[in-house]
Structure formats: structure tokens, C-alpha cells
Design a protein around this ligand. Sequence first.
Ligand SMILES: Nc1nc2c(c(=O)[nH]1)N[C@H]1C(S)=C(S)[C@@H](COP(=O)(O)O)O[C@H]1N2
Ligand SMILES: [Mo]
Length: 198
Amino acid sequence: MYFGKEKEQNSDRTPPNQRVTTGWPVLHVGNVPYYEKDLSNWDLRIGGLVDRPTVFSFQELLTLPEASKKNDIHCVTGWSKFDNVWEGIATRTIAEHVGIRKEAKFVMVEAEEGWTTNLPLEDFLAETSLLAYKHNGEVLTPEHGYPFRLVIPHLYFWKSAKWIRAIKFRSENQQGFWERNGYHMYGDPWKEQRFAWD
Ligand SMILES: Nc1nc2c(c(=O)[nH]1)N[C@H]1C(S)=C(S)[C@@H](COP(=O)(O)O)O[C@H]1N2
Ligand SMILES: [Mo]
């Protein structure tokens, strides 16, 4: 792995004990999912505490207004990657579409093979959060989350679920996959909230 220059390591863009990489490591548990070319076997379910539970096909999602955002990402294993340009759909657009009820305070994100992660609603709805299908101008590769992944850049990157299949709005904060396995419920890289006890 190539690490960036000393100058970047010390910049105020790098959270504590992170190192900048120009590559893009692939990290996940389980298998990279296989989809039919036309994505007819893929959908995204939005439910829980919403007024209009919705099942989006891939084509239906692409009819929503597009968003593009540039940000830095920080993996809990210690690498950070700067200036990622993502194209996709703002999480706020999804929220407006389904109508989030006021009892909703947390989000559970479900991916292929039952992988999950949780975060507060406020963070899901941050101006910087989106559902991405392109990175730096290219459609996401299968390894990086094709067709859609969540991107929540202000939290450690494990909150940015690849291969998302459902988003559920909840009144309680429940643990996702890594959160059950010792990772922090929130995961702020600037406060080094890596593990449950941090
Ligand atoms: N579905 C799914 N999403 C996931 C994971 C996973 O295991 N399954 N791992 C997370 C972790 S720990 C990290 S660091 C990032 C890595 O994304 P990348 O492989 O595109 O760098 O994906 C996150 N999203
Ligand atoms: Mo990670």
C-alpha cells in the first residue's frame, strides 16, 4: 500500500492515527454479490417509521434527482483517502420521498448477506451523506459496492454500507454487524471512536 507524504499525514484533514493512502483498499466480510446485468434481481427497500414505505428498482432510483459530493473517507483500520468524488442520490432526497416520521431517531442499513450497520438519523441525513453509484467518475466496481453503497464520510467508513438492500428508520438504536462485534455505536474518526469502549 502506498502512503501519502509526511505533509499530508500532519494536515488537519487527517484524524488521529490515520494514514493517507492514494490507493483504495477493499474491505468487507462475506462475498461480493452477483447481480443480473439488468439488475432485475436487485431492489432497495425503505421502511420502518416512514409514511410511504417504498421498494425501489434500480431504474426507479435513477429517476430521483442526482447529487455529487466530494469528501475524505476514514477507515477504522487506519487508512484515509482524500478527495473522493461520489455521484448518486442524497440521503435527504430518499428521506423526502418516503416521509420520515418524527418518532424516527435512528437508521438501520441492511446490505447483502444480512450485513448491517446503524447510525443516528441526523448523521444519515447530513448534507454530506449519499447513496453512491459512481466514484471518481466511474461506476462502482462490484468490490466497492455496486450498484449502490451508502457514503457517510464523517463517520468511520464501516458505516458506509456496500451493496445496500434496505434502509429502516427506527425509534431505538440497535447494533449492526460490527457494532455487535465490539465496534463503536457512533464511530467518529476525530474522537477515535473505534471500539465500544473508546
Ligand atoms: N455490505 C458491507 N458493507 C461494508 C462492509 C461489509 O463488510 N459489508 N465493510 C465496511 C468496512 S469495515 C469498510 S472499511 C468499508 C470498505 O469499503 P471499500 O472496500 O470500498 O474500501 O466498507 C464498509 N461497508
Ligand atoms: Mo473497515
